[in-house]
Design a protein around this ligand. Structure first.
Ligand code: HEM
Ligand code: HEM
Length: 180
C-alpha cells in the first residue's frame, strides 16, 4: 500500500527532472506551427499568383481556390495556436536549463516574445489585406515575411548550438526521450 501510494505520488507530482521540459502539449503545438509555417512559405508563389489573378479579374482555377483557402485558413490556425501557446506559456515555462546569465535569459525571453509578435502581425496583416483589401497591410505582410524568416533563422541557429553542449535547452523542447 505504501509502495503504490508512493508511486501514485510520483506520478502526480512533477519531478525536478520533468519540470525541465516543456509539456507534451506545448511541444506538439511548437512542432505543428513549424509544419504549418513551412507550408505557408512553400505556397507563397502560388498564393501571390492567385492574388494577382484576382487583381486582374481573371477566373481562378480550382488549384487557386485550394491554395488561397489553405493559406488563409492555415494562417488563421497558426495565429490561434500561437494564442493558445501564449496562454500555456503563462502557466509553464521550464526553469533555466543551462548556465545562462540573467541578461542572456532576458534576451531569450525577448526573442520568444518577438516570435509571437511577428507571427501575430503576419496573420493580422494577411487578414486585413485579404478580407478588407487594405493595401498597406499587403506591404506589411511582405515585409514581415522576411522579419519572421530572420527571427526563425536566429532561433534555429541558437537552438542548434545547445545540442551536445551539456545543457538541456534543446532537449526541453524535444522531450525526455531525446536524452536516451
Ligand atoms: C502567420 C501566418 C502567415 C504566414 C507565415 C504567411 C506567409 C505569406 C507569404 C510568405 C506570402 C508571400 C508574400 C509575398 O512575397 O508577396 C503571403 C502572401 C499572402 N498571404 Fe499570407 N501568411 C500568413 C497568414 C495569412 C493570413 C491569415 C491571410 C489572410 C487571411 C494571408 C493572406 C495572404 C495574401 C492575400 C497573400 C498574397 C499577397 C499578395 O501577393 O498580394 N496570409 N503570405
Ligand atoms: C527546426 C526548427 C526549430 C527548432 C529546432 C526549435 C527549437 C526550439 C527549442 C530547443 C526551444 C526551447 C528553447 C528554450 O526554452 O530556451 C524552442 C522554443 C520556442 N520556439 Fe522553437 N524551434 C524551431 C522552430 C520554431 C519556429 C518556426 C517558431 C515560430 C513560431 C518557434 C517558436 C518558439 C517559441 C515561441 C519558443 C518558446 C517556447 C514557447 O513559448 O512555446 N520555434 N524552440
Amino acid at each position: 500500500m505504501r509502495v503504490s501510494g508512493c508511486l501514485l505520488f510520483q506520478f502526480m507530482s512533477p519531478t525536478k527532472e520533468s519540470a525541465n521540459f516543456y509539456t507534451l502539449l506545448q511541444r506538439r503545438l511548437h512542432w505543428l506551427v513549424i509544419i504549418l509555417l513551412i507550408m505557408q512559405y512553400a505556397l507563397q508563389e502560388p498564393m501571390s499568383e492567385a492574388m494577382a489573378r484576382v487583381g486582374r479579374q481573371e477566373n481562378l482555377s480550382f488549384l487557386d481556390f485550394l491554395v488561397t483557402t489553405w493559406h488563409t485558413w492555415s494562417g488563421i490556425c497558426i495565429a490561434a495556436i500561437m494564442i493558445w501557446r501564449w496562454q500555456l506559456r503563462g502557466r509553464h515555462v521550464p526553469p533555466g536549463a543551462g548556465k545562462l546569465s540573467p541578461m542572456q535569459s532576458k534576451l531569450i525571453q525577448l526573442h520568444h516574445m518577438g516570435l509571437y509578435l511577428v507571427v501575430g502581425v503576419m496573420a493580422l496583416s494577411g487578414a486585413l489585406h485579404y478580407y478588407l483589401d487594405v493595401a498597406l497591410a499587403g506591404v506589411w505582410h511582405e515585409f514581415t515575411k522576411w522579419l519572421l524568416l530572420g527571427l526563425i533563422g536566429v532561433h534555429i541557429a541558437g537552438a542548434l548550438t545547445h545540442i551536445g553542449n551539456g545543457d538541456r535547452v534543446f532537449q526541453r523542447m524535444m522531450g525526455k526521450d531525446s536524452l536516451r
